[in-house]
Write a protein that binds this ligand. Structure first.
Ligand code: ADP
Ligand code: MG
Length: 717
C-alpha cells in the first residue's frame, strides 16, 4: 500500500529511483504519477517515421526489417546496422561494438526504439538507440504494458527510456491507494470529474480513449486550480494592508472634468470607469490590469481614476518606463486638465489640482520644488519613472498608483508600491498595458490582478494597411516600397524606417545568420540612393538624450521627412503626420512588437501604411508570423495567433524531459472555461478559508502540481 507522499525508493527500488531523480527530477510517488505520458501509441500501430525531427529525443514503435554486421578496419571494431520501418518509411539504427545484440535484434520483431534523431548523409538515424522488443518470452513479464491497447510514451531522458518509466509507474499503481481526494467532493460532482486515483490510473494506463479524456479533464482541473489558488491567496493577502476608501465626490474635480470632456466616453471606457470607481470606494486595495492598445483611450480612464482620488484629498502617482514618456504623460495630463490642473497658478479653476513631474535628471532646484510639492500635498498628481517608488520620495498621502506598461514592471515592484501609503495603508494600483494578451493568459500570468480590457478604439483612428514585402521572392517590391515612401513624403507626410540594430556595436562573429540591418548603415545608404533628396534623421537609444530630443522635435515639427530609427519609437511617440512605416528585417521582431511599432502611423486623419520587409522565404513559421500581422489590426486576435504560433510551450515551459513544468495538460488557448471556473472556485475557497486549513489536500496539491520556481517565473515574465 502506498500513497502519494510515500518514498519512491520503497516501491521502485533504489537504482530506478536514483535514475528518475537524476534524469527527470522525479523524487516522490506524486512526482512520478504527475509525469504524464507525452503521447500514446496504439498497439499494432507503428509510429510515423516521417514525423521525426532532427535533434529530438524520439521514441518510435517500429518493426525490424534487416540487420547487418560489418567489421570496421579503420576503427578496429564492429558496426551493427539495423533498419527499422513503420511500413512506409525506414529509419537507420547503428550500434558500435555491440555485435552481441545481433542475437536479439531479429528481423520481423516489433518494439519501441528510443534515441536522439541524427542524420548521416541525409538519412535519418538513431545512433545506439535504447530499445524494448515485444517478444514472446518477455511478454509474460510485461504483459500488462504490451497487451494494453494504448501504450503510454513518456517524456524520457538519457538513460531513462520510456519503458523504464512505464514499469516504475506500473509498480506504483499496483500498490497505490489515494486516501483522500484533495479536490472538494462537491466540486468533482459539479463538473463531473473522476477521483484523483482513477484519473491517475486513467492517464497512465487508459483502458479506452474515453477513459483517457476523462482522466485528462480531471488533471487539467488540478493544474488550473493549483495556479488559481496561489493567486487567490495572494489577492487575499492584500487585505492585511487595507487601502483608504475614496468614494466618488459629488461636484468635485472629476465631475468638472467629465463635464468638459470634448468627446463622449466609449462604452468600454464607461464600463471600466465604473468598475474602477467601485474598486476605489472600498478599503480593499484595487489591483487591476487595464489592457488596451495604443490609442484605445487608457490615459483618459486612468486620469479619471486619479481625479476621484484627488477629490478625496489624496494623491495619485503615475509611473512610466522612461523619463521621456513620463514627461510626455505629464504634458498630456496637463493638456487634458486645462485650468483644472493649474492649482496655485493665476486663472486656475475651482477644485483645481496640480500635476507635478518628478524625474532623476531634473536640475537640483527644479527637483527640490517638485519634491516639496509632493510631500506637502500641493501636487495632486505626480508623474515620474519607476524610480519614484524606489527612492526616498515622500508623499503626503498616496492613494493611487498608475503604472504604464506592465511588461516592464514586475510583481516585486508592485509589492514595493504597497508600502508607500500613509498610516499602514496601501495605495490602490492600476496597471496599464498596451500589449493585449488573451484573457486566459492574463488570468494565469497576471492571476492576482483583476482584468479589464478596452477592445474598441475611440472614433477617429485611421486604418493601417500592412503588407509583407518578401524580398526573396519579389525583389522588385522593395523598390516599390521606397517609391511609396517618396509618394507619402511628396504629399507632405512623413515616414519611419525601423531597423533591428543600431550599428555601432563591435562586430560579432557568432551565429550563421547575417547581422540584422542597422540604422547607421541604412540611413546613409538611403540618403545616397533610393531616398535621395529627402530630409532624413536618425534616432536610436544610445544617442545622448539632448540629441534624441532634438531629432524627435525636428520630426514632430515636420523638419524631417524620414526618421530611420530603432524600436525606441515603439512607445509613446506621437506624430499624426507620419503615415508610412517600413520595417526592415521585420522577421527579427515579434508579433506584438511589430503591432506596437505600426501603431505609430495612422494616428492622423490619413490611413497609415506599414511595410514589413523580409528575406525569409515563404512557408516558414516566421513568415506565418508576418502574415498574421498583415491579416489583422486587432491586438487581441494577434496575441492569440502569436500564442498559437509560438506554441504555448515557449511561454509557460514545455513538458520537456528533465524539467518540471507547471502546466502539462492545461492549454491556455483551449481550456479557457476550465481556467475561468477554477478561478471562481479558488476565490470562493480562499474567501472561506484563506490558509486552506480545512483543505489540506488542496494545499498539498499545490505543492505537487506547481513548481515554486515556475510560479516565480509566471509572475516575472
Ligand atoms: P492610450 O493611453 O490607450 O494610448 P489615450 O488615452 O492616449 O490612449 O487616447 C488616445 C487619443 O484618443 C487621445 O488623443 C485621446 O484624447 C483620444 N480619446 C480618448 N478617448 C476618446 C473617446 N472616447 N472619443 C474620442 N477620442 C478619445
Ligand atoms: Mg497612452
Amino acid at each position: 500500500m502506498t500513497n502519494l507522499r510515500a518514498d519512491l525508493k520503497l516501491v521502485v527500488g533504489a537504482a530506478t529511483a536514483k535514475a528518475l531523480a537524476k534524469g527527470l527530477k522525479i523524487e516522490t510517488v506524486s512526482d512520478l504519477l504527475r509525469h504524464y505520458p507525452r503521447r500514446y501509441a496504439e498497439r499494432g500501430q507503428l509510429t510515423d517515421i516521417a514525423g521525426l525531427e532532427l535533434g529530438e529525443h524520439a521514441t518510435v514503435m517500429a518493426r525490424i526489417e534487416r540487420v547487418n554486421k560489418r567489421r570496421m578496419k579503420a576503427r578496429n571494431g564492429t558496426l551493427l546496422e539495423m533498419v527499422i520501418t513503420d511500413g512506409k518509411r525506414r529509419l537507420q539504427c547503428t550500434f558500435f561494438n555491440q555485435a552481441w545484440r545481433e542475437k536479439e535484434l531479429v528481423p520481423g520483431k516489433n518494439g519501441l526504439f528510443a534515441g536522439k534523431v541524427t542524420a548521416f548523409r541525409d538519412v535519418l538515424q538513431l545512433a545506439n538507440p535504447e530499445y524494448e522488443l515485444f517478444d514472446a518470452e518477455r511478454q509474460a513479464e510485461a504483459m500488462d504494458d504490451f497487451l494494453a491497447e494504448i501504450i503510454p510514451v513518456y517524456p524520457a531522458a538519457q538513460g531513462i527510456p520510456t519503458w523504464v518509466i512505464a514499469k516504475a509507474v506500473r509498480q506504483v499503481l499496483d500498490v497505490l491507494e489515494v486516501d483522500e481526494d484533495p479536490m472538494p467532493i462537491e466540486l468533482l460532482a459539479r463538473y463531473g470529474l473522476p477521483s484523483l486515483e482513477s484519473a491517475l490510473r486513467g492517464i497512465h494506463r487508459p483502458s479506452s480513449w474515453q477513459a483517457l479524456n476523462s482522466a485528462r479533464d480531471r488533471l487539467k482541473w488540478d493544474e488550473a486550480m493549483a495556479v488559481q489558488l496561489i493567486f487567490a491567496q495572494r489577492r487575499h493577502s492584500l487585505v492585511s494592508r487595507p487601502a483608504k476608501a475614496c468614494p466618488h465626490t459629488e461636484g468635485g474635480i472629476l465631475d468638472a472634468f467629465d463635464k468638459r470632456l470634448p468627446f463622449a466616453l466609449t462604452s468600454g471606457q464607461q464600463e471600466i470607469g465604473e468598475e474602477i470607481a467601485g474598486d476605489l470606494s472600498t478599503e480593499h486595495p484595487m489591483n487591476r490590469l487595464l489592457q488596451g492598445e495604443v490609442g484605445s483611450g487608457k490615459t483618459v480612464v486612468a486620469l479619471r481614476a486619479m481625479l476621484q482620488i484627488v477629490d478625496s484629498g489624496r494623491q495619485a502617482a503615475m509611473l512610466a518606463p522612461t523619463e521621456v514618456l513620463a514627461a510626455q504623460h505629464a504634458r498630456s495630463l496637463r493638456e487634458m486638465l486645462g485650468d483644472l490642473g493649474q492649482a496655485g497658478e493665476l486663472g486656475a479653476a475651482e477644485n483645481a489640482t496640480r500635476v507635478t513631474l518628478l524625474t532623476g535628471s531634473m536640475g537640483a532646484k527644479e527637483r527640490k520644488k517638485a519634491l516639496l510639492e509632493t510631500v506637502s500635498g500641493e501636487a495632486g498628481i505626480i508623474v515620474g519613472t519607476h524610480a519614484l517608488i524606489q527612492d526616498t520620495v515622500s508623499f503626503a498621502d498616496l492613494g493611487l498608483v498608475v503604472v504604464d506598461e506592465q511588461h516592464r514592471f514586475g510583481v516585486e515592484q508592485r509589492d514595493a508600491l504597497r508600502s508607500r501609503g500613509s498610516d499602514e495603508t496601501s495605495p490602490h494600483v492600476l496597471v496599464m498595458t498596451a500589449t493585449p494578451i488573451p484573457r486566459t493568459v492574463a488570468m494565469t500570468v497576471y492571476g492576482d490582478l483583476e482584468i479589464s480590457a478596452l477592445r474598441e478604439m475611440p472614433v477617429g483612428r485611421s486604418p493601417i494597411k500592412t503588407s509583407v514585402v518578401p524580398v526573396a521572392e519579389r525583389p522588385a517590391w522593395l523598390d516599390r516600397a521606397w517609391q511609396r515612401v517618396r509618394e507619402e513624403c511628396g504629399k507632405g507626410h512623413q515616414a519611419y524606417i525601423v531597423c533591428p540594430r543600431i550599428g555601432d556595436e563591435p562586430a560579432s562573429d557568432k551565429g550563421d545568420k547575417r547581422p540584422a540591418l542597422a540604422v547607421l548603415d541604412v540611413a546613409p545608404e538611403l540618403a545616397e540612393g533610393q531616398l535621395k533628396g529627402l530630409k532624413i534623421g536618425v534616432l536610436h537609444g544610445r544617442m545622448p538624450s539632448d540629441d534624441k530630443d532634438a531629432v524627435m522635435q525636428a520630426f514632430s515639427r515636420g523638419d524631417l521627412d524620414v526618421l530611420v530609427a530603432t524600436t525606441v519609437i515603439e512607445v509613446g511617440v506621437n506624430v499624426p503626420n507620419a503615415t508610412a512605416m517600413v520595417i526592415m528585417d521585420a522577421d527579427r521582431f515579434g508579433i506584438s512588437q511589430l503591432h506596437q511599432l505600426r501603431g505609430r502611423v495612422g494616428r492622423g486623419s490619413v490611413p497609415g501604411l506599414c511595410l514589413l520587409v523580409t528575406e525569409t522565404p515563404d512557408g516558414t513559421t516566421t513568415r506565418e508570423r508576418l502574415a498574421a500581422v498583415e491579416s489583422t489590426t486587432d491586438g487581441f486576435e494577434l496575441s492569440r495567433m502569436d500564442l498559437e504560433l509560438r506554441r504555448e510551450g515557449d511561454i509557460l515551459g514545455a513538458a520537456q524531459s528533465g524539467k518540471k513544468s507547471t502546466l502539462k495538460l492545461l492549454s491556455l488557448l483551449r481550456d479557457e472555461e476550465v481556467i475561468a471556473e477554477a478561478r471562481a472556485r479558488a476565490l470562493e475557497i480562499v474567501e472561506k478559508d484563506p490558509a486552506l486549513g480545512n483543505y489540506l489536500g488542496l494545499a498539498h496539491m499545490i505543492a505537487d502540481v506547481v513548481d515554486e520556481d515556475r510560479v516565480e517565473y509566471l509572475e516575472k515574465s
